[in-house]
Design a binder for this molecule. Sequence first.
Ligand code: C5P
Length: 479
Amino acid sequence: MKLSLWLKTGGISARELAAEINTTEATISRLKNGHALPSMEMAGKIAEATGGAVTANDFLDLGPDSASIPGGGLDSARVLLIISGGIAAYKSLDLIRRLKERNCTLHVILTRAAEEFVTPLSVGALTGAAPHTDLFDARTEFDVGHIRLARESDLIIVAPATADLMAKMANGHADDLATAVLLATSTPVLLAPAMNPHMWSHPSTRRNVAQLKADGISVIGPNEGEMAEAGESGVGRMAEVPEILNALENVLGKAGAKPLEGQHVIVTSGPTHEPIDPVRYIANRSSGKQGHAIAAAAARAGARVTLVTGPVGIADPAGVDVIHVEAAAEMLKAVEGALPADIAIFAAAVADWRMAQLADQKLKKKPGATEMTLDLVQNPDILKLVSRGHKRPPLVVGFAAETQNVVENAKAKRRAKGCDWIVANDVAHERGVMGGEKNAVHLVMEQDIEDWPEMTKEQVAEMLIERVASAFSPAKASA
Ligand code: C5P
């Protein structure tokens, strides 16, 4: 049984369990949420404390149900997974399971350091074949096996990709099996970096990543969040398995039909941050998950995608041109700069207001004053300006986050903004849409309104892009 379920269904509380096995509540919380794997010793203690209800195996099943995660476009792909040495290597075991579920032919290479984190035995048990570990392996190298591994794959994924491995790749080293294969291949490569935030932001790593991207290598993540090391957080967590599967699909470009081939799609996503002074800002709640999922789905449908995103803690989708902005004015400029487009989807939660006068020094508390007034002016309405502008794309889709009279408000908004469709979602507090994984939306069109059932944000994105593809005819673009 999963630890989270056991804690919920009448076991003891996370705090009591932590005390019983002599660890911290934060550690239990990370284990419970699938953000870390227990050591063998800790797994033994948990099994004992739960009377055998939660065993080590229960921690390996980390991802959501396979039906609800992406990756269908990878069916039967030949994938080479390279695991380098980082704590995030445990997530790669889940990645193996998901790829196997998609009938992928899988070869795995473990670097020397990776063997410190996952064993050849556990990888072999999941793939059904021994992983490759040695450049000079007499069993496989009689016919230069590393060159064969490099050639006989549709794509190569390195997860986790450590700072060290990326440095070697960026400089063309080939002193072990992983780097030799990576140098010998012309197969598309996706990296899922994972490392300490200081290592990720170090100028050397920045340089190496920029070089690798310039060499045509795709990168997914890393994400912002807690690190496995106690007390560390920042940008450095490996992308989650569904994100990696999504990115693999994009890299492979094998997600089936390409109904948006040749079309340019602009997507806005995330919040905007409107500075008050050098340290404070006004923002809406928005994780960017829905907008990013739409950008990824449009890319999978074959479109050239420009994603203009405000500050978010999630990874750039692979295969998409991303422009990072802070404030609404910058977002407008980036969108205008990206026009013309065939389709524009405005999913960003743009702040309605910004400071009339930006303070160039931090605003101080005035002695004795218990109130503070900010003078605000309205931000440009990007959706409205583009919908009514002379470079209007043939199809413009807006979003409306409402807490009441969802459909009625969305209908009025569609007319007021001048866009073609509004995707309306109910973000009343109890629904948990903000930052959550799921969404229940209504698609409000001129003639028709569709009520979609609750589904994941990825599924909403897929369905929206399907609707866009079937409604959008290239003839309209040239009209
Ligand atoms: O905030 P509001 O409910 O008006 O947002 C509806 C739609 O308008 C969303 O698609 C949002 O991305 C867009 N919008 C915008 N620029 C603004 C405000 C909203 O593009 N300043």
